[in-house]
Design a protein around this ligand. Sequence first.
Ligand code: NAD
Length: 490
Amino acid sequence: MEAVGKGVDSASERVEEIVGELRRSFTERRTVGYEWRVAQLKAILRMIEEREADFMAALYSDLSKPQMEAFLHEISLVRAACELLLKELKHWMKPQKVPTKITTFPSSACIVSEPLGVVLVISPWNYPFLLSLEPVIGAIAAGNAVVLKPSEVAPAMSALFAKVFPEYLDNSSIRVVEGGASETTVLLEQKWDKIFFTGNPKIGRIIMTAAAKNLTPVVLELGGKAPVVVDSNCDLKVAAKRIVVGKWGCNNGQACVSPDYIITTKSFALQLVNALKNTLEAFYGKDPLESKDLSRIVNSNHFERLTRLLDEVEVSDKVVHGGQRNKELLFIAPTLLLDPPLDSLIMQEEIFGPLLPILTVDKVEDSFDIINTGTKPLAAYLFTKNKKLQKKFVMTTSTGAILINDIALQIANPNLPFGGVGESGMGSYHGKFSFDAFSHKKGVLVRGFGGEARARYPPYTPMKQKLLRNLLNGSIVALILALMGWPWRE
Ligand code: NAD
């Protein structure tokens, strides 16, 4: 562990020292060159290759994450993100030429992507490998020095990062600081050039408040209640498989893009519930508490939180499938509920676990109103073959992202920005968006000493004003006259 010291004073001193070191390194432009960035990204690839078993073991220790999920949803995604950055970085770092306007003729213009400086990445526990490393590699690719603060709720991964980062990466510019709320508070007292936070909206507000003191820009990757609308005009067998694997096959529902609740029509609900039940049984057996293919609940606090949602009056009798739990093993079986009250906790809070309520409406279009009266989610899903309905959903639902006819796969396309809107966050990353999230886009306009237009200089006269008006309106005659220094006598 990067020791930040016991007690607030020594912790502050240690953090100040670390940030000071990183700032010196950035000021000396150590992190800015293409070679440094590439060397660090390659070192991360090497770290993943050589320590894959350790990372998998940490994911198992923190979450009992099945190996298949750990590989597909964490290891392989970071590797792919790193490879994409290595492939495109040179090209993305080049100044990007942009067109010029007649008003600045003759000139050239470009956008230069410059690193921001020293950035802080604060990550959550649910995908502790992916959601730490993917922002970190974006920060490195953009030429920044970076501190990673992993989640204390995934202690094995946090300790492993603290151990292996110094073995592979440039310690003068890339550091891990471990700890929970109090250590993060100490970190937030420092001046950062960007804070990239993934977590819940309540803590997001704390982060943004702290950042405001130094006008530090933030990316907030938050969560919310992701709805899934299921229309009767769909391939139910395929939809059920995709919903089940997108909910319980993604960290047992402890994922920010996990389905939080389903909305379907009253007339279709029974068919949908049966299809989900059959699929759950086919995937996880008759006794899911025995399944090795489901992650456990991360800790007893979250176990208690989820059982509170489930045991609320007027909710517990809405369970139509599952509901079994084992407190010692921190395990709750995949659970379906039908029509819990809209004002119940389970329908008010982000569930972030293996419970899936199903709401019913008269017409499928009514579901859009339910979604739009809530806060804006990070993801919204629709299963339908009806193209008109798909289009209406895309045009009327405000959400971080939309995926039609599948769950969670939007994150697998690096050409799509990943981020929220409103209560689900601000800013985005993945692919080129990661590079952009950690860069300042500096506009550069270059002129020579020719092309003098006397008309722009005082004393201002009606003639000059007329010429400039015509010039701004795009008149070539005015341009020629202006470049010839007209009006010659005023
Ligand atoms: P969290 O907000 O509790 O913790 C996130 C980070 O904040 C941790 O590193 C933690 O140490 C730190 N933190 C906790 N309390 C703090 C405080 N008082 N002051 C400063 N820092 C503090 O979130 P979590 O429980 O780790 O993750 C679950 C939440 O994150 C859910 O809401 C989920 O939807 C969201 N999430 C979003 C994404 C996304 O990409 N948008 C991904 C995963 C999780």
